[in-house]
Design a protein around this ligand. Structure first.
Ligand code: PLP
Ligand code: COI
Length: 339
């Protein structure tokens, strides 16, 4: 094994072709045996469901090199079960959850030279996904599918790493109350591109979405859940049926309650109460925990503390990443070693 010659600390968050990817195809009611291949391209019919009606779901995970040199993933069983939930909503055949974890292991192992070293601040991003490959022309689900896992080494999702980001309240909606916001389907991201480009053009890292029914409650951003901390140091996380059940957020809630003695409230959060919070952060696999310095509300600035990284956000970040990189003992079953 010889590590790739990359400037690991400065690789950014972008796609790089790595050596191998895992592919399994579904036909005649079953998934084939699957295996690793080298070709990073996919050839499908021009009328494949993915090309016409966006039948696609995905997951986002990371492999880390721990302090003692192991390669690990973080709670991959939860990605497997969330992808099965996404599949059901998109009328796709769930990929068996044990096979999902095996496929991720195989892909990471085959690309071990691309797993960034401990201490570089980078990790190997893992993208399992599934697409409808069979041709359709009427609006209906495909009868054939491909499940694939690829990897790409990444640094921090937001430019500036741990520097607090600014986000902006978005006038477009992300997910309807009975829509697809709670699953990880490409369509949720396609419809966010317009306002993402706008936000970036205006100097904001992300859009903050409000609930589509009343525009009263905080939902999430385009690629992460949102956390708040009260002036008394309590963690408050928005609860909604139309946001993605973030594995990072669920882990942070557990860590706060069971390891750090921080009180947690999971409840609908009104946008009107946001200025009362002392700290705000974005959380997700790509975002990790990114502090928010301020929120733009149609030209009004909501600033958290002194606009820097708050103490609770810093503690949560330190503990979560310590667990992932093996410097803090993990709760049972959270760290999955790839041998
Ligand atoms: N919300 C959205 C819309 C996302 O795309 C992501 C990223 O996966 C998250 C939240 C965070 O989820 P997780 O912590 O499982 O990565
Ligand atoms: C992730 O955090 O894994 C995601 O899928 C978010 C995406 C915006 C990169």
């Amino acid at each position: 094994m010889s590590k790739k010659d990359l400037d690991w600390a400065n690789i950014g968050f972008q796609y790089r072709v790595t050596d191998k990817r895992y592919v399994s195809n579904y036909k005649d009611g079953e998934w084939d045996e699957g295996g690793l291949i080298e070709d990073p391209t996919i050839t499908v019919s021009e009328s494949a469901n993915i090309m016409q009606y966006c039948q696609e779901i995905f997951e986002g995970m990371k492999a880390y090199t721990t302090v003692d040199g192991k390669i690990v993933t973080f709670r991959p069983d939860l990605n497997a079960s969330r992808m099965a939930d996404s599949a059901k909503r998109m009328v796709m055949p769930p990929f068996p959850e044990d096979r999902f974890v095996e496929a991720v292991d195989m892909t990471v192992k085959a690309n071990a030279d691309w797993v960034p070293p401990y201490g570089s601040g980078a990790s190997l991003y893992i993208r399992p996904f599934m697409v409808g490959t069979a041709p359709v022309i009427g609006v209906q689900p495909a009868s054939e599918f491909q499940f694939r896992v690829f990897t790409t080494p990444v640094g921090p999702y937001f430019k500036g790493g741990a520097t607090p980001v600014a986000i902006t309240v978005c006038d477009y909606d992300r997910a309807a109350p009975h829509g697809t916001g709670y699953i990880k389907a490409g369509l949720n991201y396609a419809m966010s591109l317009y306002q993402t480009v706008e936000a970036h053009k205006n100097g904001f890292a992300e859009n903050m979405y409000l609930d589509a029914a009343e525009r009263k409650y905080v939902e999430e951003t385009g690629g992460s859940n949102i956390l708040f901390v009260t002036k008394e140091g309590k963690l408050v996380v928005p609860k909604s049926n139309s946001i993605l059940p973030s594995i990072t957020r669920r882990s942070i809630v557990y860590v706060a309650e069971n390891m750090l003695g921080i009180e947690v409230e999971e409840r609908p959060v009104e946008f009107a109460e946001v200025p009362d919070f002392a700290e705000c952060g974005l959380c997700g696999t790509a975002a990790v925990i990114s502090p928010v310095g301020w929120i733009d509300d149609h030209g009004e600035k909501i600033v958290f503390g002194d606009g820097g990284v708050g103490p609770v956000t810093a503690k949560l970040y330190e503990t979560l990443t310590g667990i992932q990189y093996g410097t803090i003992e993990a709760p049972e079953g959270w760290i999955h070693e790839i041998k």
